[in-house]
Design a protein around this ligand. Structure first.
Ligand code: PMP
Length: 356
């Protein structure tokens, strides 16, 4: 090559490591918080019909009007709140950050949490402040308030429940953050279906709050659809950064139908919650293993040697997530997504063999 890309690419991008997606061929795949159940047969047939009828020669509806209507009606978005769609909630995190990325602006988030908050701060040239959770992985309200006052973040991201810890932060601690924040607070409810608790209604009381959801964990990861709800004054500005047709027509058509039938997906989520309880009990019974109570569709646990256990599981064709080395508080931690009862049994047997 006549020139070296490294001369032109921003140094902070050169230093980044790309988001890793593991090869899951022929594996029991319990690494990515997917719903393990396929869509029920009748809904698959309906989706096939919608795909067949879609006008693929036309650009999608840029406003996704039908989908907007369905989500407002079925997912409890309060009166007066607006909705903005993203190609997955990842894209929304990026749009929010881009809109707020004034020179010197800061993103603040508790840590360990979802890695994209930090990565996207780097993409957008923003400062990033990670505030450690307590040893129990709960929110430390004193520390959060202190660091918010110190750094005056343009936006605070809080995953509720948190990934990768599975914890659902205390409501009073969350309220203190909401009151202390001088800018936007985004509550990322990616795992809402497994938690039974939400800040959506709080949108009525907090003008600087946005609540973000995704359909990914509900069984529709392949569609790539996230949305954020909040005051129109915020979302109208952030919407200017959205590329015109970010939600494709097939996603719009299928998601509209499935949101209309969200009870069916919630029933799958309820089955996953039951399996989570069984899996947590089985893990808690294992010697030398510590687990944290989860309100999501995955469980975080610590073993004596996580890289070794992870490799031994992989050799038995079970793929989970190794978090060792990703954050100092996650030393020797592994995260398993709750699968079907059959997958969970395979995982538990493989884990017992790996720890023996
Ligand atoms: N927020 C959190 C807390 C997540 O864990 C994830 C996915 N791992 C996302 C957002 C992004 O999900 P998606 O882009 O699939 O909507």
């Amino acid at each position: 090559m006549a020139f070296d890309p490294r001369d032109l690419i921003r140094p902070e991008i050169l230093r980044l490591k790309a988001y890793q997606v593991a090869d899951a061929r022929d594996m029991v795949k319990l690494d990515a918080m997917e719903n393990p159940y396929p869509l029920p047969e009748d809904l698959r047939k309906a989706a096939a019909g919608l795909v067949s009828d879609a006008a693929l020669n036309r650009y999608p509806d840029s406003q996704a009007a039908e989908l907007r209507h369905a989500i407002r009606k079925r997912l409890g978005v309060p009166e007066g709140a607006q909705i903005l769609f993203g190609n997955g909630s990842d894209e929304l995190i990026q749009l929010i950050a881009l809109a707020l990325a004034k020179p010197g602006a800061t993103i603040l988030a508790p840590e360990p949490s979802f890695v994209m908050y930090r990565m996207i701060a780097t993409f957008c040239g923003m400062h990033y402040v990670g505030v450690p959770l307590t040893e129990q992985f709960s929110l430390d309200p004193d520390e959060m308030v202190l660091r918010i006052e110190q750094h005056q973040p343009a936006v605070v991201f809080i995953a509720y429940p948190n990934n990768p810890t599975g914890t659902l932060f205390d409501a009073d601690a969350m309220a203190r953050v909401l009151h202390a924040a001088p800018g936007l607070v985004v509550i990322d409810e990616a795992y809402h279906a497994f938690a039974g608790s939400s800040f959506m209604e709080e949108l009525r009381r907090h003008p600087n709050l946005l609540v973000m959801r995704t359909l990914s964990k509900l069984g529709l990861a392949a569609l790539r659809l996230g949305f954020v709800a909040g005051a129109p004054q915020w979302l109208a500005e952030i919407d200017k950064l959205r590329l015109p047709y970010n939600i494709n027509s097939l996603t719009q058509a299928i998601a509209t139908h499935l949101v209309e039938n969200v009870g069916r997906l919630n029933a799958q989520a309820a089955a996953i919650v039951t399996s989570r309880t069984q899996l947590a009990h089985a893990l808690a019974d294992m010697p030398d293993l510590r687990i944290w109570q989860s309100h999501a569709n995955f469980i975080l646990f610590r073993v004596p040697n996580a890289p070794r256990t992870f490799d031994l599981l992989k050799r038995q064709r079970v793929l989970i997530k190794n978090l060792h080395g990703t954050h100092p508080m996650l030393d020797n931690c592994l995260r398993v997504t709750v699968g079907t009862p059959g997958e969970n049994a395979i995982f538990l047997n493989a884990l017992r063999a790996s720890l023996a």
